[in-house]
Write a protein that binds this ligand. Structure first.
Ligand code: SF4
Length: 250
């Protein structure tokens, strides 16, 4: 049986798929987005967080696949209209464990949220085991992506196209509206071009940055990038008229 490391489990999420959901946050992410709202999810290792009252909390708990699956089955039984969502960090960094747990959740609505930064086959395998994918797209131009997220967008875009062509599972693009990085004219034009012709794209959801992100950096003993202090002010330009519905989640 596989084991994985998780940095949080939220038992009453309303923005992570249909209905009331239990969301599992997998620890570890290969990206380093300069506005990251989950800095405690970036390292794949457990780490101590500094709490405001001066105490410390260990962030990152190891679960066996069946141990987590049993807990998630119990949660799902309480919310029959909802289901289970895997988020991160980056789910694809622990793909074997996630597949193991997903296989133990028959009859439960399952959603996986990914940045697409991982092995394409893992993404396709996982998509085949769940009902919906949230694909967290960010900066599209490869050099800009390298600058703002620490990784070129090439693998991510390749995986997005593979998901669209080779999987039967529908997906929603989730895009944070970060001014100066994502919510730029250049990036929106690239996004329009990218989304035309995608077959299984159901919708686009834009996200406002998490108000609590700066405090999370303090807990990780890191500084929030000052150029993104106004990161909730990004907007959608009038020329953005994709073929699928779009909305802003606050
Ligand atoms: S993909 Fe998500 S978790 Fe990873 S660095 Fe970017 S914002 Fe943070």
């Amino acid at each position: 049986m596989s084991q994985g490391i998780i940095f949080d489990i939220s038992e009453a999420s309303i923005h992570d798929g249909p209905g009331l959901r239990t969301t599992v946050f997998m620890k570890g992410c290969p990206l380093r987005c300069r506005w990251c709202h989950s800095p405690e999810g970036q390292s794949p290792e457990p780490e101590m967080l500094q709490l405001p009252d001066g105490s410390q909390r260990l962030c990152g708990k190891v679960y066996q696949a069946e141990e987590l699956a049993q807990y998630l089955r119990e949660c799902a039984a309480l919310t029959p209209e909802g289901g289970i969502t895997f988020s991160g960090g980056e789910v694809l960094m622990q793909a074997g464990f996630v597949k193991d747990v997903l296989s133990r959740l028959p009859g439960i609505h399952k959603v996986v949220e990914t940045s697409g930064a991982g092995k394409g086959q893992d993404l396709l395998d996982i998509a085949g085991m769940c009902d919906l994918i949230y694909f967290g797209l960010k900066v599209i131009a490869p050099a800009d992506a390298m600058n703002f997220t620490g990784m070129s967008s090439e693998i991510i875009l390749k995986n997005l196209h593979a998901l669209d062509l080779e999987s039967q599972t529908e997906y929603i693009l989730r895009i944070p509206l970060i001014p100066g990085a994502i919510a730029t004219e250049k990036n929106f034009k690239a996004l329009m071009e990218l989304t035309f012709g995608l077959k299984r794209l159901r919708a686009i959801e834009f996200l406002r940055a998490n108000k609590l992100a700066p405090a999370k950096y303090t807990r990780c003993r890191r500084k929030f990038a000052p150029e993104f202090a106004d990161c909730r002010t990004g907007d959608i330009p009038a020329f953005f008229t994709p073929e699928v519905p779009f909305s802003i989640l606050d």
